[in-house]
Design a protein around this ligand. Sequence first.
Ligand code: HEC
Ligand code: HEC
Length: 199
Amino acid sequence: MMFTHRLKAIQGVAFFLTLLSCSHSWAAPDAVAGKVKALVCTACHGDGGVSSLPGFPHLAAQPLLSIFYQLLQFRDQRRKGGGMEAIAATLSEQDMRDIAAYYAALQAPPPVAGGSTDKITLGQQIAQQQYCSSCHGAQLQGQKHVPRLAGQSSEYFVSQLRNLRSGARADMDGTMISAARSLTDEEIEAMAVYARSLP
Ligand code: HEC
Ligand code: HEC
C-alpha cells in the first residue's frame, strides 16, 4: 500500500516535470480559439465557465496550468469521473491549452453567500491551520497547477476532497492526499462553505 503510494507519487512528479520541461516547445495557448473549442463544454460547465448544475465544477478563472493538467489526467485515465475521460480523449494537447487559456481568463464565479457563519469561520480557521492557502493561495484563488477553490460549487468541493482523502482520486505528488487525510466530514463541509463564499 505504502509502496504503491510512493510509486504513484514518483510517477506523478516525473510526469509533472516532463510537463514543465516541454512547455517551451509548445505553441502559445490561444484563448480565442479556446472559446470555440470549449463550446461542447458549456452544456455541463456553463456559459462563461460557471456551471448551473449542482456538483459540477466551475472552470472560470481556474489557473491555466491546473485546467490543462487535469485534462491530461483525465485523458490518461489517471483521474476518472463525470465522463471526462472520454471527453478529454477527443482533445489534442493544443486544444487543451487553448481551452485552458480561455477559461483561465474568464471572470471568477460569483461568491455564494449563505450557510452558517459558524461554518464559514470554522472553514477559514482550518484553511489557515492546515496551510491550504500556502498552496491554493491566500484567497484560495489557485496558482500555477493548484486549482482555484474560491467560489467553487460546495457539492463538488466535498466530493473531490472525500475522493482525495480516500485515494479514489490520485494527485500528482501525494501532497494533496496527505493534506486531506486527517480531515473529518464536518471540517470538509465547513471548508466547502467557506471556499464558495470567497470572491
Ligand atoms: C457531460 C458533462 C460534461 C461535459 C460535456 C464536460 N465536462 Fe468537464 N467535468 C464534468 C464533471 C461531472 C466533472 C467532475 C468530474 C469528477 O467528479 O471528478 C468535470 C471535471 C472537469 C475538469 C476538472 C475541474 C477541476 O476543478 O479539477 C475540467 C478541467 C473539465 N471538466 C474540463 C472540461 C472541458 C474542457 C470540456 C469540454 C471539452 C468538458 N469538461 C466537458 C462534466 C462534463
Ligand atoms: C502542498 C500543496 C497543497 C496543500 C497544502 C493543499 N492542497 Fe489542495 N490541491 C493541491 C493540488 C496540487 C491539487 C490538485 C491535485 C491533483 O489533481 O493532482 C489540489 C486539489 C484540491 C481540491 C480539488 C479541487 C478541484 O478543482 O478539483 C480541493 C477541494 C482541495 N485541494 C482542497 C484543499 C484543502 C481544503 C486544503 C487544506 C486542508 C488543501 N487543499 C491543501 C495542493 C495542495
